[in-house]
Ligand binder design. Structure first.
Ligand SMILES: CN(c1ccc(C(O)(C(F)(F)F)C(F)(F)F)cc1)S(=O)(=O)c1ccccc1
Length: 243
């Protein structure tokens, strides 16, 4: 079967996604400097509180980057404001996890969150995140590492994830489906060009969207667990994820 080529429109789209992927990859050094320090020694209760604060403040910085990336997604601004909010609320945790997987380091089995600061499983446990959420996160990171996607493929998967018309309360389902279809078709051609001898790359990659849904559910369970522990989320995170 002949190897296809991208149309100029498709090539521009991929280049724009990649440019935004790297433009919104890392928080600024000044924002990072303001994050509550990760304290490992001293009174265990205070340390745990500082580590949870460090994590949630880090999550805020990453949420802000994800929102900026999503707003720049070609087509996102053509969706109604109401549906934009619904899409963002549902995809944010999933795009954050895709980002975590992209920044996962196979050697150290840790996630590089801050351009040089690595967080492994035990970091998550010590930040007070429950094993029922931590282990699926790292299993997902491992399975994504095995797939070996490049930057453009990660960005395309994030775009496909964002334009999921089956999120609860979407009004203009046809509009969101049409946008997703254009990114799915682009991923299909892009994978055919970059993995010509592996026709299963496309279905394997799309199946990761299924894994992201279950991670979203594990995160919701973590939100409930925080409520039970009476642990407060910062306002921005509570707005997106609180019940
Ligand atoms: C998607 N991830 C995550 C998101 C939210 C939370 C939390 O929601 C909770 F822990 F509660 F689950 C919180 F609160 F940390 F943000 C925990 C983890 S992550 O592991 O990729 C990540 C960790 C740190 C910074 C940014 C992202």
């Amino acid at each position: 079967e002949p190897i296809p080529t991208l149309t100029s429109h498709q090539r521009n789209l991929v280049e724009m996604l990649q440019a935004n992927e790297s433009r919104f990859q890392w928080p600024t050094q000044e924002n990072v400097a303001k994050v509550t320090p990760w304290v490992d020694s001293g009174d265990e209760h205070r340390c745990r509180a500082s580590r949870f604060a460090h994590f949630t403040e880090l999550a805020i910085l990453i949420v802000q980057l994800v929102v900026e990336f999503t707003k720049q997604l070609p087509g996102f601004m053509s969706v109604s404001r109401e549906d934009q909010i619904v899409l963002l609320k549902a995809c944010t945790i999933e795009v954050m996890l895709l980002r975590a997987a992209k920044q996962f380091d196979k050697k150290s089995k840790a996630i590089n969150f801050l351009n040089g600061k690595f967080y492994d499983r035990s970091s998550f446990y010590r930040a007070g995140i429950q094993v029922e959420f931590v282990d699926p996160i790292f299993d997902f990171c491992h399975s994504m590492a095995k797939l070996g996607l490049d930057e453009a493929e990660y960005a395309l998967l994030a775009a496909i994830n964002t334009f999921s018309a089956d999120r609860p309360n979407i009004k203009d389902i046809e509009k969101v489906e049409a946008l997703q279809d254009s990114y799915v078709e682009l991923l299909r051609v892009y994978l055919k060009i970059h993995h010509p001898s592996d026709p299963l790359m496309f279905p394997r990659t799309l199946m990761k969207l299924v894994e992201l849904r279950s991670l979203n559910n594990y995160h919701s369970e973590q939100m409930f667990a925080l409520k039970v522990q009476d642990k407060q989320l910062p306002p921005l995170l509570a707005e997106i994820w609180d019940m």
